[in-house]
Design a protein around this ligand. Structure first.
Ligand code: ZN
Length: 193
């Protein structure tokens, strides 16, 4: 499935399936969220993933954890080794505060629209795994958003450990270097088993 830059997509996939996220043109972030298919109140947790993996920089071999500390997926392939689990999704609420912009497209709005057919409301959408997003944390504890290290064809591959609802937004953030200043497409491939 081609996820056009600035839009969202959601699907179901069963345990042991592979989810492959490909950066088509390079430097494009995807905000990825996961929910257990049999109980969508249990969902991806940035905070539990940071705590249980003991890192803020995920890469191959790291697992993604749920709000109830279940392992949801493991990263099996990763050609970038730099993704973000510090930042919330860009949202209709933060563009006015951060940039003075109303009605700017956002990941949270994209994810909400994509998950609506699955009966998942906005308030259940967790802070995402920001695939390919590069953010540096200084010794003083400040953050800097930098351009992604991903190029054309860069890939992140996740092996699912439970049945999922998965949603992704090809981030429309064009007000900082998050997406290299140009919004482009992502490819989401599901190899169902
Ligand atoms: Zn975004």
């Amino acid at each position: 499935m081609l996820v056009r830059g600035g839009t969202g997509f959601a699907a179901t996939a069963s345990a042991s399936s592979l989810v492959r996220i490909i950066d088509v043109a390079g430097k494009q972030v995807g905000d990825l969220v996961l929910f257990r298919a049999d109980d969508t109140q249990e969902r991806f947790s940035q905070a539990n993933t940071r705590k249980l993996e003991n890192t803020i920089y995920l890469g191959r071999g790291n697992r993604l954890w749920s709000t109830r500390c279940a392992a949801l997926a493991v990263i099996e392939r990763d050609s970038v080794q730099r993704h973000d689990i510090l930042s919330s999704a860009c949202s209709p609420y933060d563009y006015p505060v951060r940039f003075g912009l109303r009605d700017h497209p956002s990941c949270l709005a994209n994810l909400t629209a994509a998950l609506e057919p699955f009966g998942i409301p906005e308030y259940l959408i967790p802070d995402p795994l920001n695939v390919f997003m590069r953010q540096e944390l200084s010794q003083e504890g400040t953050f800097t958003v930098l351009e992604p290290l991903s190029g054309p064809g860069s890939t992140l591959e996740l092996r699912l450990l439970v049945d999922w609802v998965v949603a992704i937004s090809a981030c429309p953030q064009d007000q900082n270097p998050c997406n290299g200043w140009v919004i482009t497409d992502l490819m989401l491939e599901l190899e169902r088993t």
